[in-house]
Ligand binder design. Structure first.
Ligand code: C2E
Ligand code: MG
Ligand code: MG
Length: 312
């Protein structure tokens, strides 16, 4: 049944390999309204990226925004995804990751950025102070997912860093989710597998990000240990009007279920899509319909709690 459903969806299998970095960071190529006031224009900056990124790392000019991932069964929060932004624009605007992560990869700074995001996330998870609503940090008990670039996954050092950071800050590993994208070369599968298995052995969860976007998706499914399968937003955005995407999403739900994994749909932008996903049995939703990425001025909700929709 599953096989026949997948066979009926040639687009999934015939997609072009995941070459362009712009797809990987597609969210940030979105207009400035997408993702909470992000600047996607060229900006006033003329500084070359290498110097700019080095300065941002040295002077702590990156900020994280947090986007909720919510259960489609009861509407409760499962966890948040941390999304990095560069805060060095003269006018105070934020630069979307799609504008600087490709350069960070090119100049070999992506691992430093991933480590910085890990550090900030662990510090937040360790922060047990509870302040008031509007200046609130309020991370008590929350779970946060961070994105790991393929270089971090395969370079061998990241796993030890995750372990050390969790131990030093005495953070419950169950509060950390690591999102892995299928961009690591298939030849690095052994390392990617060791990384995912190591992360799970620590007690963290692994999510396969942007699933279905690339040619290698099913290889990853077969070889990498994980808990969450994040269905690529490309299948979700036009869901109500695309019978083909509907077939793919249903097939992926069946596939994940058969493997005992949970599904997360990205890019959920309207109520109709949300209802379809619920009917298909997708476990969690992430997208502007559920909640946009936001800074820490809004309190993060611990697992099982519900979002305050009046502040969405
Ligand atoms: P991703 O990990 O797939 O993250 C989801 C992206 O989709 C985010 O874009 C988010 O703002 C955007 N998004 C969420 N819901 C919707 C929606 O309903 N509609 C639309 N149009 N977009 C939505 P963002 O923050 O620009 O990030 C883009 C990509 O950059 C991420 O894709 C991830 O691959 C990468 N990235 C972001 N933060 C980090 C990080 O800390 N480290 C690494 N290595 N990569 C990161
Ligand atoms: Mg992600
Ligand atoms: Mg994604």
């Amino acid at each position: 049944m599953l096989t026949s459903t997948i066979a009926a969806t040639p687009r999934l299998l015939l997609r072009t390999p995941p070459q362009p970095t712009h797809h990987r960071y597609a969210g940030l190529a979105a207009p400035s309204s997408a993702g909470g006031g992000l600047s996607s224009a060229a900006g006033l900056h003329r500084r070359p990226w290498l110097a700019r990124l080095r300065r941002a790392l040295a002077e702590d000019l990156f900020v994280l925004h947090y986007q909720p991932i919510v259960s489609l069964r009861d509407g409760s929060v499962s966890h948040y995804e941390a999304l990095v932004r560069l805060a060095d624009e003269p006018g105070g605007g934020l630069v979307a990751p799609g504008r600087f992560l490709p350069a960070a990869e090119r100049y070999g700074l992506i691992r430093e950025i991933d480590r910085m995001v890990l550090g900030k996330t662990i510090a937040l998870l360790a922060d047990r102070s509870s302040t008031d609503e509007h200046g609130a940090r309020g991370a008590h008990g929350v779970r946060i997912a961070i994105n790991c670039s393929s270089l971090s996954i395969t370079d061998g050092g990241m796993l030890a860093q995750v372990e050390r950071a969790l131990a030093l800050a005495r953070v419950d590993p169950a509060q950390l989710v690591i999102e892995v994208t299928e961009t690591a070369a298939i030849s690095d599968m052994a390392r990617a597998r060791a990384f995912c298995a190591g992360v799970q052995a620590l007690g963290c969860a692994v999510a396969l990000d942007d699933f279905g976007a690339g040619f290698g998706s099913f290889q990853y499914l077969k070889h990498l240990p994980f808990q969450y399968l994040k269905i690529d937003g490309d299948f979700i955005r036009g869901l109500p009007t695309s019978p083909q995407d509907q077939l793919v999403v249903k097939a992926l739900v069946e596939l994940a279920r058969g493997m005992g994994k949970q599904t997360i749909a990205e890019y959920v932008e309207d109520g109709e899509t949300l209802e379809l996903l619920r009917a298909y049995g997708v476990d969690y939703a992430q997208g502007f319909e559920v909640g946009r990425p936001h800074p820490l001025s809004r309190r993060l909700v611990a697992p099982g709690g519900v979002l305050d929709r009046t502040r969405a």
